[in-house]
Design a protein around this ligand. Structure first.
Ligand code: GDP
Ligand code: MG
Length: 443
């Protein structure tokens, strides 16, 4: 997915404005990328057409390539679609206690685990008294499983009574909640491997008894499109109030989440991120959008670049590059720019396709953070003339500069070599198009 988007990105760098053709080319790739991330086709279509509308005619942030611009628009669109940037919608636990939360979902989706996680969260963060109860009469070990997890989470669990139906247990849980002064009762239901009428009927009867304030559908983020159908069916019968996506620690790309949100319009409230009782995160649209794009951090890079880049300098540099000129003065500018943007290591983390080998290569070539300041110092120890004409730098001048910067002569040589490499590259980039790639980035 990342690679695919890198391709779009590369083909778009080096051009100045966001044309209709640019946008369409990028959107074609993004469409495929989203489909690959398990996003449902109607959602993808709707989404890309919205992005297209927004992207065409958008002012391009100077110094940021159109490719990056499109990606940023796509990212922002995803965030919107996932529920916006603000605080995630929490649980509604108002009303006369005990307030019931009903957990629904297919077998194995993570209901029991999430019940314990949620109970822990509510009791710890909201200082509420929480009771959990297993209504799973189908699997013999299910009730025991919840009891054990509740213990780990330090929350109370309704005592197990054999032979009761799920609806009877729900009644018992609610009255225990009332009598024993619980604020919240979380009901963990039985699931099936697929949706059937009996299961839906039972869940609906439980809902009648408990009158839950929240009915959360727990869905496995790794199951992709199946989860979407599940969400739809449950929502028709149960009036869901929110979604919890589990196994977000797996390698699912979160596309199912986007689809579910799009199909049901329900807020995603929590994400399950481990098997442990504390493995529950409040939902964060921005983070998930980044994950779906598979290159989420490139967006941060674009934002950072947009905020930090000195446009005039970038423009001047672009002109010089077009003429094939890049002197040491320019290099000092670039080094300062890099420092502002979080240093090499900061930048590397953002770049797509930056694998370990490439990073090691960069470090070898002298591109590492502690070196940045020393490199700048070396350039500052040169005369203006030397900076403009590095060829002047023979042994005696190098010694003087090294002394001035407090480094050894080989380090001066290394910097000059680096400058030659950068100048070469800049020349090539300058030839390709009027605009360069990322200012400050050697490649
Ligand atoms: P239920 O049948 O819906 O009650 O599902 P369970 O709560 O029993 O979970 C099924 C399996 O998924 C268990 O092995 C859990 O430990 C595991 N599980 C649940 N949520 C998560 C999660 O967020 N991440 C991971 N890695 N595993 C999870
Ligand atoms: Mg269970």
């Amino acid at each position: 997915l990342s690679e695919r988007l890198s391709g779009v990105f590369d083909s778009l760098t080096g051009r100045g404005a966001l044309s209709e053709k640019d946008v369409d080319a990028a959107l074609r790739e993004i469409r495929v990328a989203l489909l690959e991330a398990d996003v449902a086709l109607p959602a993808v279509k709707d989404f890309t057409s919205k992005v297209r509308e927004k992207a065409i005619g958008e002012d391009v942030i100077r110094s940021v390539s159109p490719g990056q611009q499109v990606i940023k628009i796509v990212h922002d669109g995803l965030v919107d679609l996932l529920g916006g940037e603000g605080e995630p919608e929490g649980l509604n636990l108002t009303g006369e206690p005990p307030v019931a939360i009903l957990m629904a979902g297919l077998q194995g989706s993570g209901k029991t685990t999430t019940t314990a996680k949620l109970a822990k969260r509510i009791s710890e963060r909201e200082k509420k008294k929480v009771l959990v109860a297993s209504l799973d009469t189908r699997r013999p070990a299910a009730m025991e499983q919840l009891a054990q997890m509740a213990e780990k989470a330090s929350v109370a669990c309704l005592p197990i009574v054999k032979g009761q139906s799920a609806v009877e247990i729900a009644k018992r849980a609610m009255s225990a909640g009332r009598l024993q002064g619980y604020d919240v009762v979380i009901l963990d239901t039985a699931g099936r491997t697929s949706i059937d009428e009996e299961m839906m009927g039972e869940a609906a009867r439980i809902a009648d008894v408990a009158r839950p304030r929240e009915t959360l559908l727990v869905a496995d983020s790794l199951t992709g499109q199946d989860a979407v159908e599940t969400a739809k069916r449950f929502d028709e019968r149960l009036k869901l109030t929110g979604l919890v996506l589990t196994r977000m620690d797996g390698d699912g790309r979160g596309g199912a989440a986007l689809s579910m949100r799009w199909v049901t319009g329900l807020p995603i409230k929590f994400l399950g991120v481990s098997e442990k009782v504390d493995g529950l995160d409040a939902f964060d649209a921005k983070r998930l959008a980044g994950r779906i794009l598979g290159r989420g951090d490139i967006v941060s890079l674009v934002e950072k670049a947009a905020a930090e880049v000195d446009h005039e300098k970038a423009e001047r540099l672009a002109k010089k590059m077009a003429k094939g000129k890049f002197d040491l003065e320019d290099m000092a500018d670039q080094l300062r720019q890099l420092q502002k943007m979080g240093g090499i290591s900061g930048m590397m983390g953002f770049l797509p396709g930056m694998n370990k080998a490439a990073k090691a290569q960069m470090a070898n070539a002298g591109f590492d953070d502690t070196a940045l300041k020393r490199q700048e110092a070396i350039i500052l120890s040169m005369t203006r003339e030397e900076r403009a004409k590095p060829d002047l730098l023979k042994a005696s001048r190098k010694r003087r500069i090294a002394m001035g910067a407090g480094v050894a002569v080989p380090e001066v040589n290394k910097l000059l070599k680096m400058h030659r490499q950068m100048a070469d590259m800049m020349k090539k980039m300058g030839k390709k198009g009027k605009k360069g790639g990322m200012p400050g980035m050697p490649g």
